[in-house]
Design a protein around this ligand. Structure first.
Ligand SMILES: [Fe+2]
Ligand SMILES: [Fe+2]
Length: 325
């Protein structure tokens, strides 16, 4: 028995059918069992008003009747991680669709993590990042699309995904699959490079303008704060430590938190620094429009070249320019 129900009447345990084409709703499948309130929130967020409910496949009866089975509600992040994994391993998805969905679910995963950076969430996120790393290393077409996806607005979670993807791609090109590097731990470090921002006053993070000296001094604490979170939650690795602490250091010594220079900077920190600046320039900010990839790279070359390792930056330019054409 199928019945149309308004989205706000849905309950966990109902089997729902999307009333539109799968390209127009935010789920991987067009019919599924609701296992979390998060999925209902997602429908509301996507502007959906009504869906079909198939009560013959549901684990609860009609909305007026008492539920016959209580389905344990999965936390939102578990649902997202399931959907991300399912997308990565779905061999039927065209590369562009797969890239868009991996991008979307990765963003939601990092958003959930930043909302609640517990040891359990960090560890679950690291496992999911390992699947994203495998996808980037094994599926060139999808990873090329993934690298070129940009968002309009800048949020720490979308930025984390972009920097994660771009840095893994650059590391892949530089290290050429050498087994001297643990790509899973590198991937986690890149995705979590700004974790410390969760401990910074959000008014500073979201300030639509230039930061005062005092606010900037607070902002500059985020590498050490991120390091602290990973230490406290016992999720630290050597790769994450280097990336989190060094992604704002610069070759000429003008970076922070320590102002180290030249060869004192580890190659992992240098990779993340390039991806980090590129993403910041190519995303809309409240105080300036985003630059096109070419403009961003040009500005980095003309005005910031002393910040980066030259051959590494050239590899990055090649990676973006070749994929863009
Ligand atoms: Fe940062
Ligand atoms: Fe960053």
């Amino acid at each position: 028995m199928k019945k149309a129900l308004p989205v706000n009447k849905l309950k966990v345990g109902m089997y729902v059918l999307m009333p539109m084409s799968w390209t127009d709703h935010p789920f991987l499948k067009s019919q599924f069992l609701l296992t979390s309130g998060f999925q209902i929130t997602k429908m509301i967020g996507a502007g959906m008003k009504e869906v079909l409910v198939d009560f013959s496949k549901s684990q609860v009866m009609d909305e007026e009747q008492a539920p016959v089975v209580v389905v344990p509600e999965k936390p939102g992040n578990e649902v997202v991680l399931d959907e991300l994994r399912e997308t990565i391993f779905d061999k039927t998805l065209p590369p562009l669709t797969k890239a868009k969905q991996v991008h979307q679910y990765s963003g939601e995963m990092i958003k959930n993590l930043l909302d609640n950076p517990t040891a359990e969430n960090i560890s679950a996120t690291k496992r999911a990042v390992a699947d994203v790393v495998d996808l980037i290393l094994d599926d060139e077409e999808t990873s090329n699309h993934l690298m070129l996806i940009t968002d309009h607005d800048y949020y720490t979670y979308t930025h984390s995904v972009h920097v994660g993807v771009l840095s893994i791609c650059l590391a892949r090109n530089i290290f050429r699959r050498s087994n001297a590097h643990d790509f899973y731990e590198l991937g986690s470090g890149f995705f979590l490079h700004d974790l410390g921002k969760v401990r910074i006053n959000q008014d500073i993070i979201n300030k639509p303008g230039k930061l005062t000296d005092e606010e900037m001094a607070d902002m500059k604490k985020h590498p050490n704060l991120g390091f602290g979170i990973l230490n406290q939650t016992k999720q630290m690795t050597n790769e994450a430590k280097i990336i989190i602490l060094q992604h704002h250091e610069r070759i000429d010594g003008t970076g922070y938190p320590k102002g180290i220079r030249g060869d004192e900077l580890h190659v992992y920190g240098k990779i993340c620094a390039i991806a980090d600046v590129y993403d910041a320039l190519t995303t809309d900010r409240p105080y300036r429009k985003k630059m096109q990839p070419f403009e961003g790279l040009k500005m980095m070359k003309e005005q910031m070249m002393h910040h980066f390792q030259k051959d590494m930056f050239e590899q990055f330019v090649l990676m973006i320019a070749v994929k863009k054409n």
